[in-house]
Design a protein around this ligand. Structure first.
Ligand code: ATP
Ligand code: MG
Length: 763
């Protein structure tokens, strides 16, 4: 390819250009959020191609999510101004390693059609091993062992390499169980997530010829979000770059947010030692956010010690200050954000009008999403959830996938176990035990074991007949998977129908059943984007978030972790309360490590915003069914006043929504007392907020609330008292039992209700 003029270089600043044009040898781009690291990395790929330094399939580029990989591919194509013949090695660590491992599986004792287990399968398998070892898995949960093993894999430690310091793990049984687990995975022809990298590192370390082949093949290596690589990923990169050392890593130590998953920010600090003579490029101009937003973010991150300390600047205007608002509870926060988004669509408070796809809600914990989902469904506000409770984790989807997995790979014993009696085939524990022992005695997989057990008459009667049908069906479907006249969508539908799985939900009378059938339809629909079942299964096991590519106008809801690298004109950051953000765990920890990671997360959150950043918190929140009162996050106190505007909280100061049918005395007084009991308003952040709201003359206790949220409210009711319920209206208490009350509602009739949803009626 002859070098052509390079317009993609024109919109880079000199420092970015330097990082792009310095093609040979190691390059480290270390810079803060929004300084154009990813942009420069993309331009570098284009430059490599444009100058003919490498062909698309000779460039290895690692992104943090599949979505980022997709976007980068698109951008490269656009910048290059011509279609590229695909970039097979542009992807996440995991997706790249799956491809490599399929080629070399036999070197670690696997077959190339190995299955990738998800966390659920992994834990089920570990539980079996734990129980077989006679360990009380109530005291020593398998989940805990899974965490320990993941930790070792993240550090690229095979069972024989575990340091003595770790010998005591899982009551001194961890190392042995890890070894057993790896053996069992091999028998199942399966790997877990951690194995994808671990196996590749082992292969590279033990087969220099294979390594040399790839060192030559991947002429250039590029890595985005380098600050979040773990030891295994780091070793893998170092091995691959060991020959030519043409490696370019970009990252930001202030955005290292995966320490809990084994990421080592030290990798980025060590780069210059590992690659002597590395060219280090620093970028300082932020192109993403307004000055107020950037200043707020910078001030928060300044609270961390031991950072490299980068100062960012921007030519952008001051823009809007970061907006801060407090709410009475999480539901109200969701309600307010819903209304605010609708107002923003129209253009409100003097702001421009925003499209829904320009707006994102970034939460600390995925359980926060539910309130927004509920609220947005109620008001019909289109949204998409990225990450969080994933579609592919739903029960019916996992069952269906287990069928598909078995069709593709009969060795997949975990899938077999999952569906052998789903739908019910009359195969109880005993029959399943028989299948297990038969399989073990014959050294075959469970499917084959089932066949033998039925043939030999070990499982008889109705169950035996049903099992025979299942075994035969699975084989038949397996053969059909190779039939060119049948699409994999048709096959999938056939499997779900003929297995009786769809019928099972059609006959199910629970309220969830219709939704599950919808989901199954959706699943078959999702297959269309793939060439075959195996490709689809691979995709599903790799997606870390539920990334839908539809371009419809929707608000995005995702965790802060999932938002890394992304940007949105308007960002909402709800739930800034101590215990939620920063997380309780990070606050309980001795030392600052956890808290500093939370602060980096806050920095990541604020720096996603281009124009409008709204931070909020609630005084009460229901976490896993329990009401908790909370203090505003300590990070709120770190927001510099001059860059923050405090909005009037509707819940407390009467800013609210329709002063409708609520009795006044129910609330008067209770808010202040409850609030001070909960110590909610003692933080400087809240006081400041209240003072400012007061200055505007809006500091009036709201008289129109109709919900009293506190368990202590229960004791204040007496039999015969007239009460008000948000949903059922007025009624009279007829009985009290703990926190539950019998109420005879005037319109809705007698009901049992929870006290905290009631308020005393004063009319
Ligand atoms: P993060 O740390 O959040 O991943 P980043 O450093 O990767 O951020 P980019 O996402 O590459 O930053 O860029 C941020 C925004 O700034 C993008 O919208 C990008 O198009 C824009 N941008 C980057 N560099 C320039 C430039 N030289 N001129 C104009 N806009 C730029
Ligand atoms: Mg980036």
């Amino acid at each position: 390819m002859a070098a052509r003029p390079a317009p993609y270089l024109d919109d880079l600043n000199p420092a970015q250009r330097e990082a792009v044009e310095c093609l040979d040898g190691p390059v480290l781009m270390l810079a803060g959020a929004g300084t154009g690291k990813t942009k420069a990395l993309t331009a570098r790929i284009v430059h490599l191609l444009n100058t003919g330094r490498a062909r698309p399939n000779e460039i290895l580029s690692v992104t943090f999510t599949n979505k980022a990989a997709r976007e980068m591919k698109e951008r490269v194509g656009r910048l290059l101004g011509q279609a590229i013949e695909g970039m097979p090695w542009l992807g996440t660590f995991h997706s790249i390693c799956v491809k490599l491992l399929r080629r070399h599986a036999e070197l670690v004792g696997l077959k190339s059609n190995f299955t990738i287990l998800d966390t659920d399968d992994q834990i089920r398998l570990l539980k079996q091993l734990v129980q077989a070892a006679g360990i009380d898995d109530k005291r020593w949960p398998a989940r805990q062992l899974a965490g320990i093993i993941d930790g070792w894999k993240n550090r690229a430690l095979t069972p024989d390499k575990i340091p003595t310091a770790d010998a005591g793990a899982y009551n001194h049984r961890g190392v042995a169980l890890y070894a057993q687990y790896q053996d069992r995975l091999r028998q199942l022809n399966a790997v877990d997530f951690g194995d994808l990298l671990l196996h590749m590192v082992v292969i590279f370390q033990t087969h220099p010829d294979v390594l040399a082949q790839y060192q030559r093949w991947f002429r250039y290596i590029l890595v985005d979000e380098y600050q979040d690589t773990n030891v295994a990923q780091y070793l893998w990169l170092r091995l691959l770059a060991g020959g030519h050392k043409n490696i370019c890593c970009v990252g930001d130590d202030d955005q290292s947010i995966y320490g809990w998953r084994g990421a080592e920010v030290g990798n980025i600090l060590r780069f210059e030692k590992d690659f002597p003579g590395a060219h280090v490029v620093r970028l300082e101009q932020n192109y993403r956010s307004t000055a107020h937003i950037l200043a707020a973010a910078s001030n928060v991150i300044r609270g961390n010690q031991g950072r490299l300390g980068k100062e960012l600047w921007t030519e952008a205007e001051h823009g809007e200050k970061v907006r801060l608002i407090g709410h009475w509870d999480g539901e109200e926060e969701a309600r307010w954000i819903g209304e605010e988004i609708e107002a923003m669509q129209r253009g409100t408070r003097g702001l421009r009008a925003f499209g829904l796809d320009e707006i994102a809600i970034l939460v600390r914990a995925s359980h926060q999403m539910r309130a927004f989902e509920d609220r947005f469904l109620t008001i019909g506000l289109p949204y998409r959830v990225i990450g969080g409770p994933r579609f592919y984790e739903r029960l019916e989807i996992r069952d269906a996938m287990a069928y598909f997995r078995l069709v593709v790979s009969p060795d997949d014993d975990l899938a077999f176990e999952r569906i052998v009696n789903t739908p019910k085939r009359g195969l109880g524990d005993k029959a399943q035990q028989t299948i297990q022992t038969t399989a073990r005695a014959n050294g075959v997989n469970l499917l084959e074991g089932a066949r033998i057990a039925v043939d030999d008459g070990l499982i008889k009667g109705k169950g035996g007949a049903a099992l025979r049908t299942l075994v035969e069906d699975l084989r038949r479907w397996g053969r059909m998977a190779g039939d060119p006249d049948l699409t994999h969508m048709e096959l999938a539908e056939m499997v779900l129908d003929e297995s009786g799985y769809t019928t099972m939900w059609q006959n199910d009378k629970t309220p969830e059943a219709p939704g599950r059938l919808e989901n199954l339809k959706e699943l078959v629909k999702a297959l269309e984007n793939f060439e075959n079942l195996q490709g689809f299964l691979e995709h599903v096991s790799l997606i870390m978030d539920n990334e839908q590519a539809d371009a419809d106008q929707k608000v995005s809801i995702m965790t802060l972790h999932a938002a890394k690298g992304l940007e949105f004109p308007a960002v909402f950051l709800p739930g800034w309360e101590d215990g939620l953000f920063p997380s309780q765990r990070s606050m309980d920890e001795s030392g600052l490590k956890g808290l500093e990671e939370e602060r980096r997360l806050a920095y990541v959150g604020i720096t996603r915003a281009e124009e409008i950043c709204t931070i909020s918190f609630a005084a009460n929140r229901r976490v896993f069914g329990q009401w908790q009162s909370a203090l505003p996050s300590r990070f709120i106190d770190e927001l510099p006043e001059e860059h923050v505007e405090v909005l009037t909280p509707p819940g407390l100061y009467g800013g609210g929504y329709g002063a409708a049918a609520a009795p006044a005395s129910a609330v008067r007084g209770t808010i202040e007392t409850r609030a001070s009991e909960a110590n909610v308003y003692n933080s400087p952040g809240w006081k400041r907020m209240q003072a400012r709201a007061g200055e505007r003359g809006t500091s009036q206790p709201r008289e129109s609330r109709n919900t009293v949220i506190d368990a202590t409210a229960v004791s204040s009711f007496t039999v015969g008292e007239r009460v008000f319920h948000q949903k059922f209206g007025y009624g009279t208490v007829t009985g009290i039992e703990g926190d539950k009350l019998d109420v005879d509602f005037e319109k809705a009739g007698p009901k049992k209700v929870v006290g905290r949803f009631l308020s005393a009626s004063d009319d």
